[in-house]
Design a protein around this ligand. Structure first.
Ligand code: ADP
Ligand code: ASP
Ligand code: MG
Length: 412
């Protein structure tokens, strides 16, 4: 039997009715002749609630226990979906990550999948099971502890299963009907893309477009998984969604494919650190070790052997970053006058493979922001993207203005 992977995100399994609705869709694919692996998220809002409880209990928590708590949301929906399918006379059972087992690294709260042995689920399919409902987002470490794959990780679970089982396709069912030129919740005129190249999707995702987790796109690209994003609310007949595919499979594309944003960023500046060989390693080593995801980095010009070092990180990691820097100062490995945290910034980025062959895209982006009176605090670029850090209060304005300026809106 050909295998299909269907992933349902939080809003698509938000309550018992929605689980029933998703199950009907699964039943359609079973009727189409597929053995189906369903990957489910926790009910929408559940993971946030669990994370909130962890933070309330222990702000600098042990990530192993964070995982033990946050993985639980998916267990509930997997069991409920299996029950619903059984009520529809479809042979189905649920699988938690450790039962498969989804083998991951020990990087708790941000683990990577190492392997998904297919024997257990494969044997059940051979016995007549039609649907394996897998709890997304979770796995098990070599030490036998429960791990999670980072926020949005069920997408990655889905693509990894599609790769492991050689699935015909991996369908990501969500609350929008595809990948748009930017978040349709911010820009009303955002346009759905029929296709988007892996490289562009990878950048958009890593720059904040949470419609797919970055690692899921990486895996799909590496293993050639046919990946589709579509709505769990529309009728199957008019639900083409967006196909994420190789660059060669796209006929025409804009210079800029899309605009992404990341709202909850912080800008941290170490004032007056000694400018000497090894200083960057002495700062960013401890930050990495304490689990701070540093993104942009700027080192100022030095004066009399001292300089300022600025970096950005997610706003909820500010406390961790401060502690890592204070500890390093106390240990004498770095010295600085002050650590200033600006917790009110956001990152806005434009992405497009067309930028490789077009000059002047950055200049145009900066002019657009100037015309809107938006001050740029930090800039980073790569071959196919440009990102700026700006005050959070201007984020939506900037996204809208860039979306207009690069001609991404849908036809009126
Ligand atoms: P799920 O719970 O199904 O995993 P997510 O909330 O993680 O859904 O992702 C879907 C959301 O991603 C959409 O509701 C939308 O607000 C947001 N989003 C951000 N950028 C984009 C984009 N470029 N295209 C589509 N959706 C986007
Ligand atoms: N429930 C997890 C989260 O909210 C994983 C996911 O939904 O993909 O991040
Ligand atoms: Mg998601």
């Amino acid at each position: 039997m050909p295998i299909l992977v269907m992933k349902f995100g939080g809003t698509s399994v938000a309550n018992i009715d929605r689980i029933a609705r998703a199950s009907k869709r699964v039943a359609l694919e079973v009727a189409n002749g597929y053995d189906v692996i369903v990957v489910v998220s926790a009910m929408s809002g559940k993971t946030n609630e669990l994370v909130g409880w962890v933070n309330e209990t222990s702000p600098l928590y042990d990530a192993r226990e964070y995982d033990a708590v946050t993985a639980s949301g998916e267990n509930v929906t997997a069991g409920l979906m299996a029950l619903r399918l059984q009520e529809m006379d479809i042979p189905a059972r649920s699988w938690q990550g450790w039962q498969v087992p989804v083998q991951t690294t020990s990087a708790h709260a941000n683990a990577r999948i190492d392997a998904i042995p297919t024997d257990n689920i494969g044997a059940k399919f051979a016995e007549g099971m039609k649907v394996a409902v897998v709890a997304g987002f979770q796995g098990i470490s070599p030490e036998g502890r429960i791990t999670t794959l980072g926020r949005g990780g069920s997408d990655t679970t889905a693509v990894a299963f599609a790769a492991a089982f050689g699935a015909e396709r991996c369908d990501i069912y969500t609350d929008v009907d595809g990948v748009y030129t930017t978040d349709p919740r911010i820009v009303r005129k955002a346009r759905r893309l029929d296709r988007i190249a892996f490289e562009e999707m990878l950048e958009l995702a890593s720059l904040g477009a949470k419609v797919l987790q970055t690692r899921s796109v990486e895996l799909a690209m590496r293993f050639g998984v046919k990946l589709r994003v579509l709505s769990s609310f529309e009728e199957p007949s008019d639900n083409a969604g967006t196909l994420v595919c190789a660059e060669e499979d796209i006929m025409e594309s804009n210079v800029v494919a899309g605009v992404a944003y990341s709202r909850d960023e912080a800008k941290m500046t170490l004032i007056s650190v000694a400018d000497r060989p090894g200083i960057a390693a002495a700062i960013f080593g401890p930050l990495a070790e304490s689990g701070v995801n540093v993104d942009m980095i700027v080192q100022n010009i030095s004066e009399e052997g001292r300089t300022d070092m600025t970096f950005s990180c997610p706003v909820d990691q500010v406390m961790r970053a401060q502690k890592a820097m204070e500890d390093a100062k106390a240990a004498g490995t770095i010295n600085f006058h002050d650590l200033v945290a600006d917790e009110g910034v956001a990152k806005v980025s434009i992405v497009g493979i067309g930028m490789r062959s077009h000059a002047g895209v950055a200049a145009k982006m900066f002019a657009v922001l100037r015309d809107e009176g938006v001050n740029i605090k930090v800039i980073t670029t790569s071959e196919i993207k440009i990102s700026v850090l700006i005050d959070r209060k201007y984020m939506e304005l900037a996204v809208q203005a860039l979306h207009d300026a690069f001609g991404l809106e849908k036809a009126a």
